[in-house]
Design a protein around this ligand. Sequence first.
Ligand code: SAM
Length: 229
Amino acid sequence: MSEAWSASEPVPGVVIHQPADGFRYSAEVFWLVGLVLEGGMPSSALDLGTGSGVMPMLLAAHGVDAVGVDVQARWKEAWERTLQRSRVPGHVELRVEAVQDLFLGRVFDAIVCNPPFFAPGSGPEPADPFKAAARFEHHGGLRDFVQAGLRHLAPGGRLWWAIPTSREGELLAFLPASHRVCGGYRVGRRRSLVLVSDRPQQVEGFTSIPGRGEVVDRWYDLARKRPAG
Ligand SMILES: C[S@@+](CC[C@H](N)C(=O)[O-])C[C@H]1O[C@@H](n2cnc3c(N)ncnc32)[C@H](O)[C@@H]1O
């Protein structure tokens, strides 16, 4: 089926294509990218369930080499357009792959993941397949994303999640003894940004913040700021 794509330029030089009427990225992508950058510039990054590829593109705008994977082949056309029209210093690879089958043979300093929000059947399903696969776990669950993340995380690397606050306990339960939740943020009443690592980091415990304000603005600014030169 051929899609109608719309283009947006969240940062100069990054032209993201997404369905004109379908799943579209939201503020979380800026929060996660801002959090990664706040912790220090990684040399490489991986995005699990990348959708439009916006997070790898934003990271590549800062010079990070980034890989994004998504199970839905329908994103390919959008990615081609995005890669053709964008100008970023980092290298970006966007590939169709299910996280369950992901064995890239390399590890990453930073991993970001905004996985499908809910178990299938836990709410009304959108008819649009992009939206349905973004919201509901039709192609794999949180455990699959956790396992793929840990397989690809460098020692000392940082894995940032955006998940519903109601699923924090599940994420914790899927972690092996080698890794721990180092803390993060509860944004508003429903979203959590959770840092997982094999090392204790500076962020300890959870900070509750509003969905608008200084902290999220800081991440947003970090994600959107192009490095000088
Ligand atoms: C909530 S959306 C997030 C998209 C994008 N990262 C963003 O934040 O805008 C979740 C994405 O995960 C993808 N996905 C679902 N199951 C997957 C799987 N088993 N392997 C890889 N990607 C998957 C969906 O196609 C969807 O694009």
